[in-house]
Write a protein of this length. Structure first.
Length: 464
């Protein structure tokens, strides 16, 4: 477990890939040179988190301008109160109270500032009713992009977004498990992962099929922020994420998911993220983890590892972030650039080794994602740049990729042992494809939550 200190600026990064560093319940931020928060991205491969977090049109084109400034439901601010949450434990006054309610059943409680209790909810069920383990990620931190997404201006932006559980800074998880005779039993389960919204009363909601407005050059699919629900094989005898096995064939995480970043002041749209390949690597499914994975101690977040996701270059190379006036792909590749270089394209700029003379690249892409439906039927996003070209700390010594392109589905349930073909980060190989995505490694604090059964069909108002 890793300890993260909270200071006046949240070390989350509203620009990273989605989700928030510190939550509405978690408030503060990391210290020093901590990285940003992350991709709310979909769910993982046959491992537990398995569904594409935000659904909709995976291949919706990214636009030329970003069309920023679309507004949410901001005419009437919402005042918290009125909901009844199934919660347990003492109110935790170390939790920053950034959103209502700050007292009652929906107030932040327990070691991780949860607004509901999965343990208490399960105790109230009938003996054969299925259990929905619901979580909101109160803190998420990217650990492998220190040179591009930890600048103070981005940290401050992340703090503002995460404080109000805004868009991509509001990642929700729901795991459904069967029960019989009052006990969890093996059988058919479900996994749902996606971005959502805080309802200002202690509860959260996923976005529904009509929530996303049409944006010129970005997408006209109203369901592109919608979460995906996938079937899972549940076995309580297995530990961690293995308890929820998502069959590879039915996993939606190979598609491209889209999620939104909102302006904290009025919930207007800033930009949208494209992500893929979300996979939870560690997940505490013991009784200890039912309500909290990670915890809050004073001004510290103690995180747990973790999950990975991928940001394809295409799809993140057009929508402009208002704060830095450049695309997310440009940020990952070049860091924050000077005014005269804001138009530098991550997909068109010739690649070179970071640190070499006159090379504008700060970090090269390290992963390969499928580019069309035919490829998605064969492989998913995976780490493919051999030799650790970016000098990344903790980078694997050996990758699970091959020199040849696969021709049959790489389904681990059917005995496949490779993740896919290796890729060339410089894009100069005569035999390997150019790497076309960035891997993001993240740690988190997950807190039990009350997620409504009614998805939102609009962007919420800001809370008062």
């Amino acid at each position: 477990m890793t300890t993260k200190y909270i200071t006046g600026l949240a070390l989350c990064l509203a620009l990273a890939l989605g989700v928030a560093c510190s939550s509405d319940d978690g408030g503060g931020a990391g210290e020093g040179n901590n990285l940003a928060s992350s991709n709310a991205g979909g769910a993982g491969n046959a491992s537990p988190g398995g569904a594409n977090p935000t659904g909709g049109d995976g291949d919706a084109p990214a636009g030329d301008t970003g069309d920023t400034g679309d507004t949410g439901n901001t005419s009437d601010a919402v005042t918290g109160g009125g909901a009844e949450c199934v919660n347990d434990g003492e109110e935790n006054f170390d939790c920053p109270f950034n959103l209502p309610p700050i007292s009652g059943s929906c107030a932040p409680k327990g070691s991780c500032c949860h607004r509901a209790s999965n343990t208490a909810k399960m105790a109230a069920l009938g003996p054969d009713e299925p259990m929905e383990f619901e979580y909101r990620l109160n803190f998420v931190e990217v650990t492998n992009h220190p040179l591009t997404i930890s600048q103070p201006i981005l940290v401050a932006s992340a703090q503002a977004r995460s404080d109000i559980c805004s868009g991509e800074q509001c990642l929700l998880w729901r795991f459904t498990a069967p029960r019989a005779g009052g006990e969890l039993v093996a059988g058919a389960g479900k996994v749902e992962i996606g971005i959502g919204a805080y309802n200002c009363d202690g509860t959260y909601s996923y976005y529904g099929p009509n929530a996303a407005p049409s944006r010129d050059g970005i997408s006209d699919d109203p369901g592109r922020w919608q979460s995906e629900i996938v079937d899972a094989e549940y076995d309580p005898a297995k530990s961690g994420i293995d308890a929820f096995h998502i069959p590879w064939e039915g996993n939606k995480n190979r598609a491209v998911a889209r999620s939104v970043f909102l302006e904290p002041a009025d919930n207007s749209i800033d930009w949208e993220l494209a992500s893929s390949g979300f996979e939870i690597m560690e997940f505490d499914h013991s009784e200890v983890g039912f309500d909290c994975m990670g915890e809050r101690q004073g001004l510290e977040w103690n995180t747990t590892a973790g999950f990975v996701s991928y940001s394809p270059m295409e799809g993140n190379d057009a929508d402009i972030n208002n704060l830095i006036s450049q695309t997310y792909c440009s940020l990952l590749a070049f860091g924050i650039v000077a005014e005269g270089d804001k138009d530098r394209s991550c997909t068109e700029t010739e690649r070179c080794m970071p640190g070499s003379a006159d090379c504008p690249w700060v970090k090269l892409p390290d992963s390969l994602c499928p580019s069309d439906e035919a490829e998605r039927a064969i492989f998913g996003c995976h780490l493919g740049a051999e030799g650790n070209p970016n000098g990344e700390e903790g980078y694997p010594d050996a990758l699970n990729c091959t020199q040849e392109a696969p021709t049959d589905p790489l389904d681990p349930d059917q005995g496949a042992t490779s993740d896919g073909q290796c890729c060339d980060p410089l894009g100069q190989s005569a035999t390997l494809p150019a790497c076309n995505a960035y891997r993001t490694v993240q740690v988190f604090v997950a807190a039990a939550a009350e997620i409504t059964d009614e998805p939102r069909d609009s962007i919420p108002s800001t809370c008062q």
